[in-house]
Design a protein around this ligand. Structure first.
Ligand SMILES: Nc1ncnc2c1ncn2[C@@H]1O[C@H](COP(=O)(O)OP(=O)(O)OP(=O)(O)O)[C@@H](O)[C@H]1O
Length: 131
């Protein structure tokens, strides 16, 4: 394990590398992170297929960023709880369940955004396909 002892612009790049390592570690260890990432790529591919406008792309990117960021924070909280409270404790349960609740909320927001931006393009596509 290495501490960031660099100074100036080197410190900035070291921090950047540690952050990338954190994302990679969460991706490797968390199934939810993998599932959300695969879904995000599928949603962006669908957005390209339906030629969605820039405003829809921005909404989708906002939803994806929210879900993945919250998943990263959830992973950080889980790791911290496992470190400081490996035994069963009601506060450990509260911390983990609350963090999981935050992920659930962002996932619900992402589903609402998905329905909002894809509903009309998909309906138009199906109608065009049928006629
Ligand atoms: N130390 C603890 N004390 C009390 N309850 C705990 C503790 N650790 C976990 N739990 C309970 O068990 C649930 C599952 O915990 P776990 O650590 O397996 O996280 P998880 O949500 O399944 O995450 P992962 O994505 O790593 O599988 C928590 O949401 C919490 O309700």
């Amino acid at each position: 394990m290495v501490k960031n002892t660099a100074v100036g612009h080197k410190k900035f790049w070291h921090s950047f590398r540690f952050a990338a390592q954190g994302i990679a570690a969460a991706f490797k260890s968390e199934l939810n992170m993998k599932v959300h990432s695969v879904l995000a790529v599928a949603v962006l591919a669908a957005a390209a297929f339906f030629r969605l406008p820039p405003s829809s792309w921005m909404l989708l990117l906002l939803a994806i960023t929210l879900v993945l960021s919250t998943e990263l924070l959830n992973t950080a909280i889980e790791a911290t709880i496992d470190l400081v409270s490996p035994d069963i404790h009601p506060l450990a349960k509260t911390a983990k369940d609350t963090a999981a609740g935050a992920v659930l909320l962002t996932a619900v927001f992402a589903v609402i955004v998905g329905i909002y931006v894809f509903y009309h393009p998909v309906m138009d596509w199906i109608t065009g396909f049928m006629s």
